[in-house]
Design a protein around this ligand. Structure first.
Ligand SMILES: [Ca+2]
Ligand SMILES: [Ca+2]
Length: 485
């Protein structure tokens, strides 16, 4: 009701105004000057009024709107009367005339252009649907845009004033500009960080690039940048101890010291252990072994391989050469009568044995010479874990018939043996036997002799028994009493 009352007042004011203006029309040709006059105030007031019914535009505004577009224009009619509008005005001189021509009660119509706002809203919606981010600043801009777009949509469906339309459009465009600028900057920074991570492939640079790229909205551009963030630097393996060493077979031991692994990204690894050992002999690959065996001559390539989490691999080799320049050295030499039992004395038919052990395994087995007369071959008896030595033995049974051996302490000679590098060992004789712990062996094939000192067979009082290699004899008297001497 109030609206109609107000409207009526406006209509009356306009009619009066137009009557006045018609009066002056003949004298003033300049349309614009006509609006500089008193009616302006009232029309301007109406423009600022939110009531669509009273939102009559100034002629200038209407003209502008009409010029600007034919589509996307919402025509707002003050009271629903469309006829008698500007276009139908025969003199086409402008609104003034039109208004004059509508003197009979027609309300001027005007159009609100929402086309720009619609375009901005559309752009805004595009950005909102395609832009997601975990970036706080960007998200703040996006939520502002969301509100503005939503308000813009409301204005499009229910436009009030051109100013409101234009302002919202400006607001949306401004936000879109800010978002675009912000994204341009974010992409530039992310790309620079990625580039730096490629040239200086450090963990710090890779982490920074990842962080910046992850802030970017999802999409191909982000994916491409993520693809470029890579640890392309292979790890470094530093050996603990020498990278090449030479060990003496049977003398030196190999100690596995491991290695230290460092990487631009992966954590440091202390005492990193070998991955395999290639064993070669004479420059020809033999096998993959588990340990450096310093009893076996050859080259051991101890390989340490590490692959970082980005699949960059590094291998480092420690070359261990096991050589043998030292002839085999005996540890103990023993000479025993072993059959019929262990004894110092050996007679015909008894079995003697020579045992010798070495620090290293022999490639050429020794020979044994007894009393420089008899030659016997040694055989390998076994590895002695307690002493870490290789044991060899040679047996000889003294013939039961006439032996060629000279009586007395048996002399032995161990000779003609060598290691795998053909280092020939020294001859070993009786002097190498440790008599603190080992008895000698005395060969004695001659029976003892005896004499009656008084020559009287009936009154024998004394008997003298002699034996060159005296050990233990049992003497009987005529009464079968045993006398030990
Ligand atoms: Ca790496
Ligand atoms: Ca040797």
């Amino acid at each position: 009701m109030k609206v109609y009352g107000q409207k009526k007042g406006v209509i009356i004011a306009v009619v009066l105004l137009l009557l006045l203006m018609v009066g002056t029309f003949a004298f003033q040709r300049d349309d614009e000057q006509k609006y500089d006059g008193e009616p302006d105030t009232e029309i301007q007031d109406d423009n600022n009024d939110n009531d669509p019914d009273t939102d009559s535009t100034t002629p200038a505004e209407e003209e502008e709107n009409t010029d600007d577009e034919l589509e996307g224009t919402q025509t707002v009619n003050g009271n629903g009367v469309q006829n008698g509008n500007l276009v139908n005005n025969q003199n086409g001189q402008g609104n003034n005339t039109n208004q004059g021509g509508n003197n009979n009660g027609n309300i001027p119509t005007f159009e609100l252009s929402t086309e720009k706002l619609e375009a901005s809203v559309e752009s805004g919606n595009d950005v909102l649907t395609t832009t997601n981010s975990i970036d706080t600043t960007l998200n703040e801009l996006l939520s502002q845009l969301e509100i503005a777009v939503s308000e813009g949509e409301e204005i499009i469906s229910n436009p009030t004033t051109q100013t409101a339309i234009d302002e919202k459009q400006q607001e949306i465009d401004n936000l879109l500009d800010q978002i675009e600028d912000y994204l341009d900057d974010a992409y530039a920074k992310a790309e620079a960080a990625v580039e730096l991570s490629e040239t200086e492939n450090t963990k710090e640079n890779l982490d920074k690039a990842t962080e910046l790229v992850n802030l970017l909205p999802d999409g191909d551009r982000k994916d491409e940048l993520l693809e470029r963030i890579k640890d392309t630097t292979a790890p470094t393996i530093t050996l603990n101890g020498d990278s090449s060493m030479t060990l003496e077979a049977g003398v030196d031991a190999y100690e596995e010291l491991g290695a230290t692994v460092t990487d631009n990204v992966d954590e440091k690894i202390e005492n990193y252990q070998l991955t395999l050992i290639n064993y070669s002999v004479g420059g020809i690959f033999n096998s993959i072994v588990e340990n450096v065996d310093t009893t076996k001559v050859g080259t051991y390539e101890v390989v340490y391989t590490y692959t970082d989490k980005a699949n960059n691999t590094t291998s480092v080799v420690r070359t261990v050469t096991v050589q043998d320049t030292i002839a085999p050295e005996y540890v103990t030499l023993r000479l025993l009568r072993i059959e019929p039992d262990y004894s110092t004395f050996a007679k015909n038919g008894d079995k003697i044995r020579v045992l010798v052990d070495f620090k290293e395994e022999l490639a050429v087995l020794p020979k044994l010479k007894i009393n420089n007369e008899v030659e016997v071959n040694f055989r390998f008896s076994g590895y002695r874990e307690d002493s870490n030595t290789y044991l060899y033995m040679a047996d000889y049974t003294i013939p039961t018939d006439e032996s060629e051996l000279a009586e007395g302490e048996l002399s032995i000679l161990v000779y003609g043996y060598a290691d795998s590098s053909n280092n020939i060992g020294k001859d070993l004789d009786n002097s190498k036997i440790n008599h603190d712990t080992q008895n000698m062996v005395i060969y004695d094939r001659t029976a003892p002799t005896y004499n009656f000192t008084n020559g009287n067979t009936f009154r024998e009082k004394e008997v003298v028994v002699t034996d060159e290699y005296f050990d233990h004899m049992t003497i009987y008297n005529k009464f079968k009493h045993t006398v030990h001497v």
